[in-house]
Ligand binder design. Structure first.
Ligand code: IVH
Length: 252
């Protein structure tokens, strides 16, 4: 029941206020249809009752949980095994794409979850520089992002171009919105990057259409993705659906 790698000893450990979840996988159109059917059944919704979803790219980076208190970044942690991650606050403070202070009036406690990643061009530039200086060559942008974060010296992290997309929430002292899509919009207003390809969908055909749209855009995105994530849009439905082991019933 443990996901991901155990926390290493170099960085302090952080116990996540809310578990950092994993995702179940679907591989065919039928799997997507089954996902929707399962959710309708669990929520006792008739075939015609409205049920909204979001579809968004699954970014191939590393997940972070960012804790803000009174609008200020106080802690950044890796996922680790989902229960406990590594304290990477000092290094994440060096990442420009992660706001140190939020815009507007966020809830007193706000944990933002998302993916830290590196654009493909920055990965190539970094590897070229590493080659010239006899440094470590990274196999792919994800490893480059992870390696750039897991530095003893935060100045090294500062010298690397890292990006961050916000995609979900951990502990919050007050809800941001009633739906995932509106929560993303609220996060954008606070200063986070959210993915421009996130879409609202109303049915299986809509979910598959976004998969095709993201698939067509994939080669030109400038960063790596390894799938599409589907989520039930309404937060109250998400809460009712809950999770099985470490994966939510409301996402695929
Ligand atoms: S949602 C319950 N959305 O996928 C929600 N995850 O196995 C859990 N990931 O390591 C995550 N892009 O880092 C979500 N748009 C996205 C994502 C995303 C990438 C990663 C996440 C986690 C893994 C889930």
């Amino acid at each position: 029941r443990r996901v991901g790698a155990p926390a290493a000893a170099v960085f302090g450990k952080v116990r996540h206020a809310r578990l950092m979840l994993s995702l179940n996988n679907g591989f065919s159109d039928e799997d997507i249809a089954d996902f929707v059917t399962r959710i309708r059944r669990f929520l006792s919704l008739g075939d015609d009752a409205p049920l909204g979803f979001t579809a968004e790219p699954k970014i191939d980076g590393l997940s972070l949980s960012l804790r803000y208190e009174n609008g200020r970044l106080v802690q950044a942690a890796t996922r680790g095994d989902g229960t406990e991650g590594e304290d990477v606050t000092a290094n994440v403070r060096m990442v420009e794409a992660v706001p140190a202070r939020l815009v507007g009036t966020p809830p007193d406690i706000l944990e933002v979850r998302g993916e830290l990643y590196m654009d493909r061009t920055d990965f190539l530039t970094l590897n070229k520089a590493q080659q010239e200086s006899g440094g470590k060559i990274f196999a792919n942008p994800r490893n480059a992002a992870a390696g750039s974060l897991r530095q003893k010296d935060p100045a090294v992290t500062a010298s690397r171009r890292l990006q961050f997309f916000a995609y979900s929430l951990g502990e919050v002292s007050a809800p941001l919105a009633e739906t995932h899509m509106l929560s993303l919009a609220a996060l954008s207003g606070m200063g986070f990057c959210i993915n421009a390809l996130s879409r609202r969908c109303d049915d299986v055909a809509g979910l598959l259409a976004v998969h095709a749209e993201i698939g067509a855009a994939r080669a030109d995105l400038g960063y790596d993705i390894d799938g599409v994530v589907y989520k039930v849009d309404r937060h109250d439905y998400q809460a009712r659906l809950g999770q099985v082991a470490r994966a939510p019933r409301w996402a695929l």
